[in-house]
Design a protein around this ligand. Sequence first.
Ligand SMILES: [Zn+2]
Ligand SMILES: [Zn+2]
Ligand SMILES: [Zn+2]
Length: 162
Amino acid sequence: MDGIETDIPGAPHDHDACVSAALETAAELCRRQGSRLTPVRRQVLEIVWESHRPVKAYDVLARLSDHGRAAKPPTVYRALGFLIDQGLIHRIEGLNAFIGCARPNDAHTGYFLICERCRAVTEMASPRLETLLGQEAAGLGFTVKAQTVEIFGLCAACGGGR
Ligand SMILES: [Zn+2]
Ligand SMILES: [Zn+2]
Ligand SMILES: [Zn+2]
């Protein structure tokens, strides 16, 4: 746990700290992996991290031109693809949108808690769940290679839980 993640979905916090930590982690991770965090890739990552809500590719495109960078869709898709490959962002299939990963340095399975009201997404880590799913699948003769679980509901701020 590196402190980027908020524990409670929707809880108020210093989000600038999230963004700068994410950008710092990304720069360091790319350096280590020998990949290049080019200015456009970095800017796309920053846009994805603007909030804890998933961002669609066309929103990224629009935000880039707000920043005075006239990017073309393929540029944005390539940058998003790069960030996914590096484990810096995740794709939420159910929303066709992207969310920053708070712990790109750890190999992990994404369990995404998605608030249907405010759209906040929290990435939940659950090694227990991962093991259990693997075991259940193995019982059916299936070898799990990757898991992405998208769970829809209400976050604490929107009246979920308790
Ligand atoms: Zn934040
Ligand atoms: Zn992640
Ligand atoms: Zn919510």
